[in-house]
Design a protein around this ligand. Sequence first.
Ligand code: ADP
Ligand code: MG
Length: 216
Amino acid sequence: MAAWPGTGLLERDAELAAIARLLAAAEGAAGAAMRVEGPPGIGKSRLLAAARGAADHAGLRVLSARASDLERSFGFGVVRQLFEPVLARAGADERAALLGGAAALAATVLEMPGPGGDAAEEATPAALHGLYWLCAGLAEQRPLLLCVDDLHWADRPSLRWLVYLLQRLEGLRVAVLAGVRPGEGRHAPTCSRPSRRIRSSRRCGPRRCRRTASHA
Ligand SMILES: Nc1ncnc2c1ncn2[C@@H]1O[C@H](COP(=O)(O)OP(=O)(O)O)[C@@H](O)[C@H]1O
Ligand SMILES: [Mg+2]
């Protein structure tokens, strides 16, 4: 059950409830995705931070990344941010297990970083498939939250993998949560197929917030 200790967030009850449902879906092997969308300063990153805290509190494994305009041409940069820490922390045996079987195909992405580049061909079917199995293997151990902030700046191969994952979420103990600015980034429209979308139409803080939530 998600909890919101000390988030300090004002007027975000509905969004936090939606995030709680997202996390519960992952715990129940009903993989789901959600996009938090809004202009700069509206509170997307704060909301994502609260989600990470709640997920951690609930016992999910949290993998997070923040895309950057400056790293947009760094192929699989976001994917590496997501998975490298957990592989770096794993012992040799666990790492071998995580990258065993079909997940071995992910090693080409995670262990042999190339010169980068935005070339779509970097996101080969083998690499996408391997990364999917790495993700599925981690989620078998315990439910997973993949949290990507500033998705509108993500590199194209990472976006392609996220799309690949979103199409195969069913039955996985995986929640995908992304923060994105509307109308920015040439890839953003193609990368998010969320089960739920949240738009915050006014800035938070002392002023009152209005929220619209819709099923995508
Ligand atoms: N619901 C909220 N209640 C209180 N402060 C908030 C809330 N949402 C955002 N803030 C504050 O507003 C500022 C901008 O939030 P941030 O999450 O960085 O926005 P964004 O990621 O959308 O650009 C931060 O100082 C943050 O602490
Ligand atoms: Mg932000």
